[in-house]
Design a protein around this ligand. Sequence first.
Ligand SMILES: [Mn+2]
Length: 225
Amino acid sequence: MHKLNDYRCIPDPETVIMLFYSEHFGNVMASRIASVSRNTLETQIEVTINLDGSGQFKAETGVPFLDHMMEQIARHGLFDLDVKAKGDLHIDAHHTVEDTGITIGQALKKALGDKKGIIRYGHAYIPLDEALSRVVLDLSGRPGIEFDVTFTRDKIGEFDVDLFYEFFQGLVNHAGMTLHIDSIKGRNAHHIAETIFKAFGRALRMAVTLDPRALEQLPSTKGSL
Ligand SMILES: [Mn+2]
């Protein structure tokens, strides 16, 4: 059995875990990739996610602010994320944003597979100038969202701030995740939104990370997640 202190010269615990994992389980790691296509009369969406990526991001959704926010998830979560969405934007962005959240949730669930070895819980505080947000999540298998965010305006550019909740609710319902999002401080709506998405990426990265001390275990006393 290998021990973490084989790598004690490397200070960053995430680097230690990644090195340990890629050395011993490299081919398993490559499998945490999933693609999902979801088609309705309102939207056609394709998502590919690699949980063990490097933050590469591509999106064509026709909703630039959504793309800007999803890029925060990919970059700060170190996920590779590719999102293609065609939606009924002639009505408004509601269906496209909600269904993109749903499809990312489905892809995330598929990429996680049996969830063996994952940390399961994740949290992050992220500041941006005057704004500060906290995201805490549990890959519990049970959908639940607590969204305590007050925006200082109704729209960021063309983007309706109500849609942030719709995005996360769709994602949570289909990923099977408990998600608490709290905006703690903030005046600028763009900053508030960005801190939420960065914190979500960072918290999700923690939760999906494989724990080298428990690679063969499911982190639940119930025996299922
Ligand atoms: Mn920005």
